[in-house]
Design a protein around this ligand. Sequence first.
Ligand code: PEP
Ligand code: MN
Length: 373
Amino acid sequence: MEVKSLASWGMGDLPIIIAGPCSAESERQVMDIARALKATGRVNLFRSGIWKPRSRPGTFIGEGEKALAWLKRVKEETGLPVAVEVASPAHVEAALNYDIDVLWLGARTVSNPFSVDEIVRSLAGTDIPVMVKNPLSPDIELWLGAIERLYSAGLNRLAGILRGFTPYGKSRYRNIPKWELAIELRRRIPSLPVFCDPSHMTGKSSLVPLEAQRALDMNMSGLMIEVHCDPSSALSDKEQQLNPHEFSELLKSLVFRKSSSDDTGYLSHIEELRDQIDSIDYQIIDLISQRMKVSEKIGEYKWLSNVSVFQLERWIKILNTRLDRAEEEDLDRSFMESVLQTIHEESIRRQAEVMDELRTRGSLNGMDDSHDK
Ligand code: PEP
Ligand code: MN
């Protein structure tokens, strides 16, 4: 799968900056924000929701079709191209009638392949750029699936948007970033530009700059940021929208790094460091392999001694001693916990496999298998 480069969107330099209100609320509100964004000289695309997917009924659902005329005015007066979220074929039809430049599929829509299919059918035959937000749950296949469905219908100006994933319980983030999913998406479709939406990720305006910079540090292709002239009176997502002053301060503070450098000093030093990483990774693999072989021996020995695979006290002891040691080495406790858990799970699986094998062999040989009793 090879999508067209962002240059084909005709929106200027990378990284692409997409900004605008969460929702279009009135013609005046939309125009005021658009003028302020245009004045920064750095915004490539104006965003605004006009059909709003809300979790609870009775909240603001957007101004609908009449707001499309306001976006048309944004385009005519500021020259900024405009983007809206579509969630049904009727939305697509209306947006195309008003010459909207770019569409996006929201997290809730991407979570439902039936909806994506319907939208894709209504888009067939057009070549409008479409941005695909990550689904609500960290399911890379669902995210990829939406992009593949669009691509199969002939759309090849596509991009992903990482907006984070619904947390379980309380979290610092409105939606947990899980940068590794954006990296995996880029690995599966190397030509696909992937943007970041730090507004929906953080849910809080004061946290937006940090995540925006992180996205640039991860070499993402652009940012989508919610901006409102008076966030405290916004009809949706008031906590996370920046005012135009905060937004232009953010633009000034962002460090745009290069994805590589031709400098020979840089190239030889990075090469050296990467050699070290390669060597360490291979050592890790060898050590894990040795550890698994010992686990299998333990499995065999436990079977012979008629002892169960899993002993809770031993696991608690492994975890605590290793986590203490990891902390001495300045490693993050929860990171190490998940590494140890993964290794331990595999160890247990291997031990159980060895026991199954011995049991099967035993019963094939007609042995009286006292170990099952
Ligand atoms: C939005 O961009 O306003 C929006 C509703 O986003 P998401 O689909 O990421 O929740
Ligand atoms: Mn929003």
